[in-house]
Design a protein around this ligand. Structure first.
Ligand code: ZN
Length: 232
């Protein structure tokens, strides 16, 4: 919320009409943003002459999406759009909820990899495991968690359901047990595309930048931001 006095002359203020019943209002103290507050003489409802909530500006969700993709974190978004951090967080989560995963087409080649980042504090490592389709570079699915079978399996199971031609991974041992031998490939340069995507992610998303003090405070937010970046 921005502290802007409503642009109403004194004369208007004297003759302020109630928004609900059109009767005459009288001055009644001040709003927390120091704007004159009014109270209706008839229905008793308190109101302001005009409201200035930047968060309700049109197109603010679109701004959040594009600026998130340009690498702005919560606090820089809040400064840039002049809305509070809590609003940025709430809006980001709302936007992420409306985004749906893309459909997976059958018999394609995929690359799977993990990306390390931190959550809450620098000592708490977390892994983003995700898969891209080799030709379109579309991100098919992702999971956030420890570098364990459970996290990896969340991604790999959806791939296996789509009857892929091959799944390319690095040499991590877990993959051997999770992916059927016939379609699993760990050839050299097999994961070039996804390694390149890792660099994109690290560059484009503030919270994934390396050697900075920027990282996500919560898993939910990290997941929401990734969803917006991948599919928003
Ligand atoms: Zn009224």
């Amino acid at each position: 919320m921005v502290f802007i006095e409503p642009n109403v002359s004194d004369w208007d203020m004297e003759k302020m009409k109630c928004k609900y019943c059109e009767n005459l209002c009288v001055k009644n103290g001040f709003h927390t943003n120091r704007a004159q507050r009014f109270k209706c003489k008839c229905c008793g409802k308190r109101q302001l002459a005009s409201y200035k909530y930047n968060a309700y500006r049109q197109g603010i969700s679109r701004d959040i999406i594009s600026l998130t993709k340009e690498g702005l974190g919560i606090r820089s978004l809040s400064r840039h759009l002049k809305i509070s951090t809590t609003t940025v967080i709430r809006r980001t989560l709302e936007i992420a909820l409306t985004i749906k995963k893309p459909m997976i087409s059958l018999a394609k080649k995929y690359e799977v990899d993990e990306l390390c980042t931190f959550i809450e504090r620098k000592s708490r490592q977390i892994w983003i495991c995700y898969a891209i389709e080799r030709i379109t570079k579309q991100i098919v699915n992702f999971r956030i968690g420890s570098r364990s079978n459970k996290t990896l399996n969340g991604v790999i199971q959806t791939l296996i359901l789509s009857q892929p031609k091959h799944i390319y991974t690095d040499g991590l041992r877990n993959y051997k047990t999770l992916i059927p031998k016939e379609i699993h490939k760990t050839t050299r340069f097999g994961t070039n595309h996804i390694e390149r995507m890792n660099l994109n992610l690290r560059t484009h998303l503030k919270r994934l930048n390396r050697r900075t003090i920027c990282f996500s405070k919560s898993l939910v937010m990290l997941s929401a931001v990734l969803k917006i970046y991948f599919w928003g």
